[in-house]
Design a protein around this ligand. Sequence first.
Ligand SMILES: [Zn+2]
Length: 358
Amino acid sequence: MIRVGLTFNVNHHLHDSILNGFPCPENPSRLIKIMDYLKEKNLIDGFKCHMYESEPASARDILRVHSAKYVNLIRSCTGNSQLNPGNDIFVCPSSYEVAMHALGCVLNAGDLVVDGKCTHSLALVRPPGHHAGPDASSGFCLFNNSGILVKYLQEIHGIDRIAILNIDAHASDGTYAVFEADPNVLCISIHQDQSTLYPHKGFIREIGAIPALGYCINMEMPPESSNPEYGIFYDEVAEKVLEEFDPQLVILECGFDAYYKEPLTKLNLTIEGYYRIIFKLASKWNVITLLEGGYHDDLGLLTSVVLRALLGEDNVKDDVDLVDLLASRHVKTRKNFNDNLFLLKNRLNPYWGLWNRA
Ligand SMILES: [Zn+2]
């Protein structure tokens, strides 16, 4: 069996704010960097990793999550640049077709795993999706890729229990809005402290709604948090809750903007930090990985690290990891992290019993 199936939305370059006359960090160079790096390192097609072609999704797929009114707004905006689709998002003439193909890649990444063709999958797509809610969006996202995939897996494949883990630096507020009252979907989002970063949602106190209290988990990481803090959260909260929830598969909202070189955020994950989380996740569950944010020059390198982790291969540490440059330099950061972790565990304890288990 192929260990990792890749999908890629080939028309992504047609979604570009520069066509509307202004630049945006979420632009085609992100995926171009990734694909160039993977090709240069011969990582795309091999014995254990294979690229699959994908068909576009349908309007029916989107409407499982989004309202017809919102979908019509996005479609209207493609024909009229004067209309406003939402905060910090842009729509150009081909954006709807691009988003539909991106979603097709996402659904195909799900099919590959569910049909048993691949152990894990990675959808290299843009625009990202995790800020898109049912009736509105913001933050460079148009449609909620992971939410649409979950609904598709539930309705078409009859899968009951699905978990979503967001490791993008920004809170997964759109995904939360879709599933906050659904106890069949566990949403865990680990992101930068929401008093310091957009979208200013996803606070620790937000744990879902009846009848799914405890099924949405938001961990706020203080600025400067790095591999050790992420490792503690993953081991002491994320992994334990995942084990108890026992998902049939996990969707990873994989943003690369928690990386220490990211200009838009203040977190300090290194390639080793990304590798450890994804390696541990993929060692226990089938993982469908979806590209979210990340706006620096190392997107190709980080994608190769994700592949290595999904393939179960050893990581290749870079200089920053070798000298442990960013590990726990900030005493205040660790104290704030410990305070947040304490708050979160207390909030979740009635639902998951994190401190009562060995
Ligand atoms: Zn982000």
